[in-house]
Design a protein around this ligand. Structure first.
Ligand SMILES: [Zn+2]
Length: 271
């Protein structure tokens, strides 16, 4: 199957991720009722559900009540399309591809739910944690059933250790942060997300992803302070940084590490 096919698949999955982003934080079912306009309740039909194109064809408005449709919807669809395309071009086998699809879908849902609601629901992070561990355990389970599957990366040992490290590390950060800042610095959602990311990525990519998350957080935090003329202390959710860091680590570990090594070399030659 050509990689671009998976890009198109990603557009449709992105459409479903929009439903998850809208409904999971509201504790609504993600399958029932069918998609409808959040303003007037009009049920969407097939021609309203084509990713990106429906949004453009409808002139960015609901056909019934004319309330504007958020640009977030086509954006999420495009994001999922590009992510799935990249995953297809980089995954070594079908099992890894499916695993990466699930990881990427989870990270997209985390980014937008946390931005919108400042929460990472357990209904997202815990199934992700479970899925990461299951994928890591798959080859061993398959062998038991007399089948052979390609080796999982990371394997079950590393996956479980990285999940525990993510959980423990962020739990410690939360405790220290609360002592130092006298306010909740790291939410329970972030701790469980770190565990889920560890299960999927293994410890190498988890550390790289979290390093990038702190980098993104600092850059965006500084930019916000600059934009607001020095007034800080506005809570920025950290989940989206973690998810974005994890996705960057998954796709671009080698170029990022090469960049970092080059940076160190340059610093070295200056001093
Ligand atoms: Zn409407």
């Amino acid at each position: 199957m050509p990689d671009i096919f998976y890009g198109f698949l990603g557009l449709f999955i992105g459409s479903f991720l929009n439903v998850c982003i809208h409904r999971i934080p509201r504790e609504e079912s993600i399958v029932y009722p069918p998609s409808h306009c959040p303003e007037c309740g009009m049920r969407l039909c097939a021609r309203d559900l084509v990713p990106v194109l429906s949004y453009l064809a409808l002139g960015r408005r609901c056909r019934e009540c004319w309330s504007p449709i958020s640009a977030k919807y086509p954006f999420v669809e495009l994001l999922a399309g590009v992510a799935f395309w990249l995953a297809a071009s980089q995954s070594e086998n079908e099992v890894m591809l499916l695993k990466n699809f699930i990881f990427l879908s989870g990270m997209i849902v985390v980014i937008f739910t946390d931005l919108e609601h400042m929460i990472i629901p357990d209904a997202i992070s815990l199934p992700l944690l479970g899925a990461g561990l299951v994928f890591a355990a798959l080859p061993a389970v398959a062998e038991f059933a007399g089948m052979t599957l390609p080796a999982a990366v990371p394997g079950i040992k590393e996956s479980a250790l990285a999940a525990a490290a993510g959980f423990g590390g962020f739990y410690a950060l939360a405790v220290i942060g609360e002592l130092l800042l006298k306010t909740e610095a790291m939410g329970g959602g972030d701790i469980k997300l770190a565990a889920a990311m560890g299960a999927f990525l293994g410890w190498r990519l988890l550390f790289l992803g979290l390093f990038l998350a702190f980098l993104y957080g600092s850059v965006i935090g500084l930019a916000l302070v600059a934009a607001r003329g020095g007034r800080a202390r506005q809570a920025i959710p950290f989940g989206p940084m973690m998810a974005a860091g994890g996705v960057t680590a998954l796709f671009f570990a080698e170029p990022v590490l090469a960049w970092y090594a080059g940076l160190l070399d340059n610093l070295w030659s200056i001093t």
